[in-house]
Design a protein around this ligand. Structure first.
Ligand code: SF4
Length: 268
């Protein structure tokens, strides 16, 4: 953990309630924004009143090359990749690849890379599915999906975020009750980064309108009932009257893969 992030975490931990999302502590910025520039502790701007584009611009100015974007090649990834390109922000992309994505998701990635020339970072180390079978038993996604998500999503993301102070994600409040209170910017104790959610207040219709108007490549599985898309073993298409994420871990009470929750890390 970097000293800078430790300081940031301490600042956030000292605050209480809503204020824990309102202060920005010291941070270092390297490269394009100059080496080890340290800014004083100050209040966040009113990010909740900002548009998605303004949130991205603000984050880029604030964090510079210590800012990254994660993508799993669902519709939100298409929106954010397009928006970042339109704003001419040089933000690297971390692919949250579990090696268990649908072929259509990888093809969507390739189309977005081709169209926008996004800077895709090398994937963090991840054991193969065959190795996981040997180490943890067969089909871990059936026997212990939380453990499987921890191994294939949370641990790789922890490593991938190590060089960064802030992480842009496409999660939205209306996706599920578990995301209903998502702020546009928040400090993550677990990852020791600021999480930036430019699309937090977008609904699904707005996502589709943006994709359609701007003719952005998107995952074709969305056209055949997959409103939320993850790994093959844990994703199914849903009926129009079901919740957007009802097809993820269907038949279980699992709602989240674990990367967007703040429970302490304990190997699950
Ligand atoms: Fe494993 Fe399913 Fe989680 Fe993918 S979504 S990491 S297959 S439990």
């Amino acid at each position: 953990m970097s000293e800078v992030r430790r300081e940031l975490g301490a600042v956030a931990a000292d605050m209480s309630g809503g204020d824990s999302q309102r202060l920005l502590g010291e941070q270092s910025k390297k490269g394009a924004h100059g080496g080890n520039l340290v800014s004083p502790v100050r209040k966040l701007p009113d990010v909740e009143a900002m548009s998605a584009e303004d949130v991205l611009r603000w984050a880029y100015e604030e964090f510079g090359d210590r800012l990254c974007l994660t993508c799993s090649w669902q519709k939100q990834s298409s929106v954010l990749v397009h928006m970042v390109a339109e704003l001419e922000l040089d933000i690297p992309v971390i692919e949250l690849d579990t090696h268990l994505f649908f072929r259509e998701s990888y093809e969507t990635r390739d189309r977005l890379v081709e169209r926008y020339g996004i800077r895709l970072l090398p994937p963090p180390p991840l054991i193969t599915v065959a190795e996981q079978h040997r180490q943890e038993g067969p089909n871990l996604w059936e026997t212990d999906p939380d453990r499987c998500c921890h191994v294939r999503k949370v641990e790789p993301l922890l490593q991938a975020l190590e060089p960064y102070d802030a992480w842009i994600s496409g999660i939205r409040r209306d996706q599920s009750p578990s995301r209903a209170t998502t702020p546009k910017v928040q400090w993550s104790e677990r990852y020791e980064v600021w999480k930036v959610h430019p699309l937090a207040d977008w609904d699904e219709k707005r996502v589709w309108a943006y994709i359609t108007i701007n003719e952005i490549p998107y995952n074709p599985l969305h056209d055949v009932g997959f409103r939320s898309i993850g790994c093959i073993p844990c994703t199914r298409p849903i009926a129009p009257d079901e919740e957007e994420r009802a097809g993820r871990w269907a038949g279980s009470d699992k709602l989240e893969c674990g990367i967007h929750v703040e429970t302490p890390l304990g190997g699950t």
